[in-house]
Design a protein around this ligand. Structure first.
Ligand SMILES: [Zn+2]
Length: 236
């Protein structure tokens, strides 16, 4: 369950996971993602209050996770021979100097050409562009496949660099998707597409909503879990 609290000038979004446990656990993940594991019996406003009291600390923990990641990126630049996940499969990155930036996915490789193959930010920028384009193409195709089956007509489809979300749906029926979904197995991308399309019927996470999702994808729980467990693997 996503929740938001305001503490002073900070707005904190967190995911609440209610489990059979006796204490509250706070977890900070890259890019400002905060998870809170709390006992089922605890009242929501008490949990919100605990988050509010720890706001400064949680934000600082998040920043230090991001600093470590940045450092890790600097220490492990993307070079010829590095790998990245595409549709759940590790692909070897091939770098070549070229006048224009671009790339293709072919034979288990992500082949990139760019003017500055030695610049890590430039390489990451091209990877992001190539994979975002591929994500948009694939997502459009899956939306076209599932929308008639679910009986909905979505509006605009867009790819976003979303930090904490895989997909979202506006009240006007426009859908946004995170480009990093192209790194996940095809079933995971399908699950997120189905999830957002089903929101055009049910703008909530009620049992009726989940029944619609399950109707389209009987094993959706496994792919939803995959996404929860592999968040850290889907990053650039
Ligand atoms: Zn949803």
């Amino acid at each position: 369950m996503k929740r938001t609290v305001v503490a002073g000038s900070a707005r904190i979004e967190y995911t609440l996971i209610q489990t059979v446990r006796n204490s509250v656990l706070f977890q900070t993940l890259p890019e400002g993602v905060i998870r809170v594991y709390a006992p089922k019996w605890m009242r929501l406003r008490d949990i919100d209050q605990m988050v509010r009291e720890r706001a400064g600390q949680l934000l600082e923990m998040g920043r230090s996770v991001d600093r470590r990641l940045d450092e890790d990126r600097r220490n492990h630049p993307v070079t010829d021979g590095s790998t990245t996940l595409i549709e759940g499969v590790p692909h070897i990155i091939r770098l070549k100097k070229g006048l224009q930036s671009g790339g293709i996915v072919e034979a288990g490789e992500l082949r990139l050409s760019l003017p500055e193959p030695e610049s890590d930010p430039a390489v990451r920028g091209v990877i992001r562009a190539v994979l975002s384009a591929r994500a948009l193409e694939r997502i459009r195709e899956r939306v076209d496949h599932y929308a008639p089956l679910i009986g909905v007509r979505p509006g605009r489809i867009a790819i976003r660099e979303q930090k904490t979300r895989w997909g979202s749906c506006s009240s006007k029926g426009n859908l946004n998707f995170n480009w990093k979904l192209i790194m996940a197995p095809k079933e995971v991308l399908d699950y997120v597409v189905i999830h957002e399309l089903c929101h055009l019927h049910e703008f909530n996470h009620s049992p009726r909503f989940w029944a619609l999702v399950q109707h389209q994808m009987p094993d959706y729980i496994a792919w939803k879990k995959w996404l929860d467990n592999h968040k850290e693997d889907l990053y650039l």
